[in-house]
Design a binder for this molecule. Structure first.
Ligand code: N01
Length: 541
């Protein structure tokens, strides 16, 4: 590649294309397939050795999607929908990665993906009206850049004092060794109790000799109720995919729930009706629990009533009242990303599982033997960091993007990410972000959200080609309007009321701004409207 990337090489050592896509997860793969079909010369740069993005990296024990299998898949090709079969209600990471590989194979995507290629610098060349991408394997140039870099792709590893002195192996859930890890007979520390930890803890506990969980904030979790996928359920989806996909796309999180959403307010429900409805949803499992009433994400009183239901469940499941109290959250339910689990709270009833509350006395340091909290040493053989990600902006900023006049994306986003529609950034022409900050992205089923972005970007590139336009970029006032709009919508909800990664609150020093936009269908309508209205809010040259 670099100078030897074949047909696209420009004779100056750079590989030249119409479009460079960064990332070969579900977004990058579909973008490549779509643009190829439209006749664009496109290449994908991917730092991993394989496709799959999130599902390539997150191989920790218990890793599983909490969107149901029949909905967590591409909808763009009915033949693909029919030929692939899922085995469980929620697919595990290995099965999703197999699906990603099947897609790469089926559409012959790999020939245009440069694996093992890390993008280090991305600059807009105003004279050439081109992007220049420096990678560890040479330079690429392209008129358009599509950042398909994922929302949760830069691991957050807290800088604990003495971390480098630890004598055993350490793992981050999002960078799990491909050969797997055998914890048999070992004493293991897990730091963190977010979605990844909630999935990993029961599985690690089943294998190791001793497990110590270091918890800073207790989390609400609801049973996923995973099970083998009922063949009748799979057949129903396959027979009615078009209708059911349309239903998904009409839902605010782009997924159909097992039970209809409650529309009425939780705080006004009679006690019996409330208990019956919540019990039913607890039994059915999955995100439908969080949709039992219409105002759970909006009204503090209603929210607290649902939260109290989960608190009582924890008290009923966890035998030791002290442990149950530590595991019980008191903040708003579902203002952090809701968790689904398989026997998470039950795991803490096992005699070899300990919970260390580090909310008031943080982890002091890591020493050669283990983790130190409040002067006490917890000796362990290995440490699992389930400490999350520098979400939504981390990966984009790490690529050192500069736009018009050398403006750094990092400076433009100093006070939080600024985009128009989560698709483009003012001053950064011909750059698109799939599931960028300011779009519904992480508040939705990611694959339909990705498909909507990819389809919009592809339509935009075709329109530019037909009009002979060289560049497109958001107007600053449209971007400013959009930032205000996203904030205003978020402020109608309870989302901004706790320290979540949605707000950037998990990364020391990161500006606190609510990054995703709640509500998928209205967003899709706005995107359609903008494109149909001559790309209102964008400048085309
Ligand atoms: O990360 P997180 P995650 N000392 O940021 C703790 C998606 N996902 O990898 O809450 C001690 O949620 C931190 O504590 P606190 C999903 O969108 C999807 O679990 O900040 N603890 C928290 O408990 C999810 O939301 C699936 O106080 C520290 C934990 O580490 C997103 O990925 C499955 C600490 C981090 O939790 C991220 O989830 C799994 C410190 N210094 C994940 N720093 C699906 O099923 C951090 N923590 C699709």
């Amino acid at each position: 590649m670099s100078s030897g990337d074949g047909a696209g090489s420009n004779g100056r050592g750079a590989s030249e294309h119409e479009v460079v896509i960064v990332g070969a997860g579900f977004a990058g793969m579909y973008m490549l397939h779509k643009l190829r079909g439209l006749g664009f010369d496109t290449v994908v740069l991917e730092r991993a050795d394989g496709v799959g993005g999130t599902w390539y990296w997150n191989r920790y024990p218990g890793a599983r999607c909490d969107v149901e299998s029949m909905q967590y898949s591409y909808s763009f090709d009915p033949e693909l929908e029919q030929e692939w079969s899922w085995s469980e209600r929620y697919s595990g990471q290995p099965e999703i990665l197999r699906y990603a590989n099947h897609v790469a194979e089926r559409y012959d995507l790999r020939r245009d993906i440069r694996f093992g290629t890390t993008v280090a610098q991305v600059d807009w060349d105003d004279d050439a009206r081109q992007w220049r991408l420096q990678t560890d394997r040479g330079e690429y140039r392209a008129r358009f850049v599509v950042m398909a870099t994922g929302c949760l792709s830069t691991a957050n590893v807290p800088q604990f004092e003495g971390a480098e002195t630890f004598g055993g192996p350490t793992y981050h859930t999002g960078r799990w060794p491909h050969e797997g890890v055998d914890f048999s007979g070992q004493s293991v520390a897990v730091i963190g109790t977010g979605s990844s930890a909630v999935q990993a803890i029961p599985v690690i506990a089943a294998q190791c000799r001793k497990l110590t969980v270091f918890q800073r904030t207790p989390n609400y979790s609801v049973p996923a109720r995973n099970e083998p996928l009922d063949p009748a359920e799979q057949a129903k989806w396959k027979a009615n995919y078009r209708e059911l996909r349309a239903k998904m796309f009409a839902e605010r999180a782009a997924m159909v729930q097992r039970l209809p959403d409650g529309e009425d307010p939780a705080k006004e429900a009679g006690d019996d009706e409330f208990c019956q409805r919540m019990e039913q949803r607890w039994e059915v499992g999955g995100f439908t629990f969080y949709r039992a009433y219409g105002d759970i994400a909006l009204d503090p009183e209603s929210n607290n009533r649902v939260a109290e239901f989960v608190r009582n469940k924890i008290a009923g499941i966890v035998h030791d009242p002290e442990v149950a109290a530590k595991l019980t959250p008191h903040n708003t339910i579902a203002c952090k990303r809701p968790c689904l689990d398989t026997h998470y709270y039950e795991t803490f009833n096992q005699p070899h599982v300990d919970l260390v509350d580090v909310s008031e006395t943080p982890i002091e340091r890591i020493c050669e033997a283990g983790v130190v909290v409040d002067g006490r040493e917890y000796p362990v053989d290995g440490i699992v960091y389930a400490t999350g990600f520098d979400a939504m902006t981390g990966t984009l900023l790490r690529m050192n993007v500069t736009g018009r006049g050398g403006m750094r994306l990092a400076d433009h986003w100093d006070a939080g990410p600024r985009t128009y529609l989560g698709l483009g950034v003012a001053g950064f022409p011909n750059m698109f972000t799939v599931s960028g900050p300011g779009s519904p992205s992480v508040l939705t089923n990611m694959i339909p959200s990705i498909e909507q972005h990819v389809d919009w970007i592809a339509r935009c590139l075709v329109d530019l080609r037909e009009r002979g336009a060289a560049t497109i970029e958001p107007e600053p006032h449209a971007e400013a309007y959009w930032v205000d709009y996203v904030n205003a919508v978020a402020d109608l909800t309870l989302y901004p009321t706790c320290n979540s990664w949605y707000l950037g609150a998990n990364i020391p020093g990161k500006t606190r701004v609510f990054m995703p936009l709640p509500g998928f269908p209205p967003y899709v309508e706005i995107c359609e409207d903008v494109a149909s209205d001559n790309y209102r809010g964008f400048v085309l040259t």
